[in-house]
Design a protein around this ligand. Structure first.
Ligand code: NAD
Ligand code: DAU
Length: 337
């Protein structure tokens, strides 16, 4: 089994590479990643030199790089994307170029190379917010942010390629992931790094927004399940069903670190902020998947990982701070922190 993983140097991508190479001895991987601010080749350092692993530095928007990366691959797990909602609110152009334009280039490549399966890693955010109940795969898309709109564009484009050309596309729509190697601009790693330095935690609005958190390894297992057992043309929601408010998760992190709740600072809300995400995962569970990890145990392990890997996140935080300075000048400080 030779799989192309796009975005393999990012958070979920690097966890996926570890998961596949550790659990599947017959597996060969090519990673295609352009190493944006969110990509970190060091995340994959332990596989350099392994004959089962190949790294291609290049963009999914570049057909030549895509051709090179697809050589020998039979399937693709497509994760490469611009992923941070706040950045998309400041400037959506790169989100459209990468998430929609890049997906178009990959889908064309999948046809040229006659890939047997193409899994597009979409997101639960394409459905928009839901006050109660859970979205099913047949529900209409109603994205709220430029990020989620660009993901919805990619998602629909992939389904159109299945419909028009018969490309064996499968779509996953997952909830919020957490675990090691997550870039310290997303809620959990950002707040952990702030609290460890006794800096304030900027909670948007009242902090009562609800997210469903899943251990990144459970997501990786779901992707493998969909790749191997899913039906082409089908969509699969992925989620652990562990819904908590941002304020609750923030307080739990502070408790685990032994830091005071007085570090919480309520700041201006994210524009267009989705209140609650929730997905029905019956279809994926019918393939035999279920989450293995408990929320509290994963949070403890994640806190421990960020404690032990301070050099890793300090380096990345410097890049985040440069970005924040640049945008604060232009947008009068809408980024938290
Ligand atoms: P991330 O931001 O940590 O990593 C993205 C990776 O894509 C980086 O390595 C980056 O260098 C690479 N990349 C960006 N533009 C590229 C380009 N033009 N060509 C090649 N590589 C490029 O993202 P993540 O959180 O790991 O998310 C991975 C995927 O999963 C994304 O498609 C995202 O929409 C989706 N997703 C994420 C979550 C979550 O909670 N993080 C939940 C559901 C779905
Ligand atoms: O639901 C899946 C999505 O989850 C993925 O598709 C996205 O790529 C991923 O970034 C994530 O999006 P969110 O917007 O939910 O994640 P984020 O970590 O940015 O924010 C989580 C919640 O915490 C959200 O309600 C906003 C809030 N928040 C976030 C930050 C960074 C704060 O209150 N303060 C902050 O500083």
């Amino acid at each position: 089994m030779h799989i192309l993983v796009t975005g393999g140097a990012g958070f979920i991508g690097s966890n996926l590479v570890h998961f596949l190479l550790e659990h599947r001895s017959d597996c060969r991987l090519t990673v295609l990643d352009s190493l944006t601010y969110a990509g970190c080749r060091q995340n994959l350092a332990r596989w350099e030199g392994d004959p089962r692993f190949r790294f291609v530095e290049g963009s999914i928007t570049d057909p030549q790089a895509v051709d090179l990366a697809m050589q020998g691959a039979r399937t693709c797990l497509h994760l490469a994307a611009e992923t941070h909602v706040d950045r998309s609110i400041h400037d959506g152009a790169q989100f459209i170029a990468t998430n929609v334009g890049g997906t178009q280039v990959l889908l064309d490549g999948a046809r040229r190379h006659k890939l047997e399966r193409f899994v597009l890693v979409s997101t639960d955010e394409v459905y928009g917010s839901i006050p109660e109940g859970s979205f099913r795969e047949t529900d209409p898309l109603c994205p709220s942010s430029p990020y989620s709109a660009s993901k919805a564009g990619a998602d629909l484009l992939a389904l159109a390629h299945h419909h028009t050309y018969g490309t064996p596309v499968l779509i996953t729509r997952c909830t919020n992931n957490f675990g090691p190697y997550q870039y310290p601009e997303k809620l959990i790693p950002f707040f952990l790094s702030q609290a460890m330095q006794d800096h304030e935690l900027p909670v948007y609005g009242d902090g009562l927004q609800v997210r469903d958190w899943i251990d990144v390894e459970d997501h990786c297992e779901a992707l493998l399940q969909v790749l191997e057992k899913g039906s082409p043309g089908e969509i699969y929601n992925v989620g652990a069903g562990h819904e908590v408010t941002n304020l609750e998760i923030t307080h739990t992190m502070l408790d685990l670190l032994g830091k005071p709740k007085s570090l919480v600072r309520h700041v201006q809300d994210r524009p267009g902020h989705d209140r609650r995400y929730s997905v029905d995962t019956t279809r994926l569970r019918a393939l035999g998947w279920k989450p293995r990890h408990e929320f509290r145990e994963t949070l403890e392990r994640t806190v421990d990982w960020y404690r032990r890997n301070q050099a890793w996140w300090e380096d990345l935080r410097r890049k985040r701070e440069e970005y924040q300075k640049f945008y604060e000048q232009q947008y009068a400080g809408r980024l938290g922190g």
